[in-house]
Write a protein that binds this ligand. Sequence first.
Ligand SMILES: [Zn+2]
Length: 373
Amino acid sequence: MIARRAIIIKLPKNKCDVDYIRRLMALTNLVYRGYEIWAPDLPKTIQHQLYSFKNYMESLVFGPIPKKWLVSVWVPLKTLRVYPDGSRKGDKSAPVVLDLKGNVIRLRQVCRSEPGYVIELPMPKWVIERVKEGGDVKFAMIGLKNDKPYLALVTEREVESYQSSGYKLVIDVNAWNNGVAYGIINPNSRIAEYSPLRPNLRLIDTWYYKAERLSKELGKLKRLGLSSTLETERLKREINMLRRKVYAHLRDFAQKKAHELVMKAIRLRAEVLIDDMLDESRRELIEEKLPSGLRKIYLAEARKFVKLLVTQLQWYGVPYEFKRLPSTICPICHHELTQLPGRIMVCTNCGFKAPRDKVPIYWVIKISTALHY
Ligand SMILES: [Zn+2]
């Protein structure tokens, strides 16, 4: 199986012509739709390179074919890789040069429409690590996100999943307010480790409600016709800063925990079972009357966590499976469980008692031991 991972790198805005990149993106959109247009004032080398990507249209690397005229499409670029021992791979005239010997990335004519225009970026540690793991950066993309220029690098490598040692790592994914819970089941069907993972919710709530309060103030000022005073500008900046902090905190948390869990699986050569409970979570969140803005953030970031997790499991060849596991049915006697405060589940029939997110882990034990008999 071919596994892929990607990274995006911010490009220095003062060294990039945003309008030029926007034009290249528009051209890419046309190329992907099957049109052949040659813009006389754009470098021929770059345009040639776009048409040579036509055959990759269906490929996963670049995502689906754009459906709308104005949808922004990142510009696919070929790469030349120069390795520490001096050997080379890829197209000699590629617009993106990954120099692993000099530890720099060189972008040729993709940041400005000017013959011989080159910018250099430091080589990210991420690339060095992926290459050490056997990855190859065959493709890159350039594009704009919120009008800022970025470079995306896609590494790929051929992997085979390992044989599981009999350990199982069960991961329950809920929206971030309840978080992710994981359990390790050893080959003797005992729970060796169990822990819920939750971001700092109090901090997130504080930032979120503060941003909400400030937006209301901003709304009031706007209604009074004061939309571009120093005070409204200050408010806007502060609101944006708070919202960015919420996302950044959740994103960092998700990245760190996904990586830690994958490393745990690799160390134990465990098989991973992912119980994606996000649909139930959404219902729970509505019942809990959480504000819709916060609900959206918690769900969206938890979805990204699942994506990160799967990408890395594939990259390292960890065998994994999505499995829906019950959390409201007793794993001992199949009786309906009753929920107590604090998300504790009890069985009124046999006395079984466990935190709600631990119930699925008992179910995995139940299912796997049933298979043995
Ligand atoms: Zn029971």
